[in-house]
Structures are given as structure tokens and as C-alpha cells.
Design a binder for this molecule. Structure first.
Ligand SMILES: [Zn+2]
Ligand SMILES: [Zn+2]
Length: 196
């Protein structure tokens, strides 16, 4: 539910065509691609999936937005809504704007050194926070868990993979099949997920 391809995220080395095969190998049923400030069009994701030898694999779109203090993952917006999402918003403003549009919002690597949130995280209406991430060191993961407990946030795990070998390093399991981004949004809203 959080990874990047080199097609739309300059910092990633993941080839989109290779991604699905690697994810299947890692035991995943699906991925959500969350590029920086870009959301894949559903049509392009379908093409990507159909060209792979794994037609049943689920590939969904979200995007990662860098606020003035911390990164958020946003799921469930249309392409035109994503385009209206201009850079440079505060965490309060960005989370509220996304929620007002019906999205679910998850704090990405909230305790990552130099790229985390400050105390304002406790007042954000987040749907969950990442407590396991390829971009959080062990002590940062422990601190994220403490924030989740203190702030009573639901928690998720995701790889934030930028390298193909990291795909599936951390993952979140859903209690029922998630086929579409609407299913995903509903499952997050209902809290129907867990992770190791
Ligand atoms: Zn990030
Ligand atoms: Zn990321």
C-alpha cells in the first residue's frame, strides 16, 4: 500500500513491469502504487497488469503527498481531484482537504529522521499511521508504535519500496478481498486490516 516506481518517482529504481512479478514472488495479492504527487490512471494500471503474466494480481492507485511537515498517503481520489492538490500545504490543511474529498489518509513513516511529523500529528484526523516501513529504522518504528498508542491511531505496515528487492518487506493484510480502490477505502474506514 506504499511503494514507488521509477516511471513517476525519480527516487525509485523499480521498473513497473518487473514490480508485479516480484510482488507475486513475495506472496502479495496486490499492491497500491503511491508515487510522489502523482496518481497512476486506472487505465494505465490495467494495461500494466494485463501485460504481466499475472492477470489476477491487484494493482491500485494512491499517491504520496509531502506536506510542510511529514508525508501522507492519500487513497480514493479521482485524477482531477489529485491534480487540484497543489504543493506546499501544511499537514492540517492537506489531511483535511483529502478527507473532505472522501479519501482515506495514512501518515507515511511518521517518525523517519528529518521527514517525520511533529506533535501536530496527534490532532490530525488520520485513518492510520505506518508503524513498519522500509524507511523507518527500528527505533523509529518503536516510536511510531508509541505514537499510535498515545494517539489511538490504527496502524499499518508497508515497504515504501524504492528498490525491487524491498517489495513485500512489510505488508498489511485485509480481512476480505480488496479488488478496487473503493474496497480499499472501505476496508481502511472499517478497520478491517492487520499486520505483523
Ligand atoms: Zn515519504
Ligand atoms: Zn514513499
Amino acid at each position: 500500500m506504499h511503494l514507488h516506481t521509477q516511471l513517476y518517482s525519480a527516487c525509485s529504481f523499480i521498473d513497473a513491469e518487473a514490480l508485479i512479478g516480484r510482488a507475486v514472488k513475495a506472496g502479495l495479492d496486490g499492491v497500491v502504487i503511491t508515487e510522489h504527487h502523482y496518481q497512476w490512471r486506472v487505465f494505465d494500471l490495467e494495461l500494466l497488469r494485463d501485460r504481466s503474466p499475472h492477470p489476477g494480481f491487484i494493482v491500485l492507485p494512491g499517491f504520496e503527498y509531502t506536506t510542510t511537515q511529514g508525508d501522507i498517503l492519500v487513497y480514493g481520489l479521482s485524477d482531477s481531484e489529485v491534480h487540484k492538490f497543489k504543493m506546499g500545504r501544511s499537514p492540517e490543511d492537506a489531511v483535511k482537504a483529502a478527507k473532505d474529498l472522501g479519501a482515506v489518509v495514512i501518515a507515511a513513516h511518521p517518525t523517519r529522521a528529518g521527514m517525520g511529523f511533529d506533535d501536530r500529528i496527534f490532532s490530525l484526523p488520520l485513518d492510520a499511521i505506518e508503524i513498519r516501513s522500509g524507511n523507518m529504522k527500528e527505533h523509529e518504528q518503536r516510536l511510531a508504535l508509541k505514537i499510535a498508542r498515545d494517539g489511538q491511531f490504527r496502524t499499518v505496515a508497508a515497504s515504501d519500496a524504492h528498490n525491487i528487492r524491498d517489495v513485500g518487506k512489510y505488508y498489511t493484510e485485509f480481512d476480505y478481498p480488496v479488488q478496487t480502490i473503493a474496497d480499499f477505502v472501505e476496508a481502511i474506514n472499517q478497520g478491517k486490516f492487520r499486520h505483523s
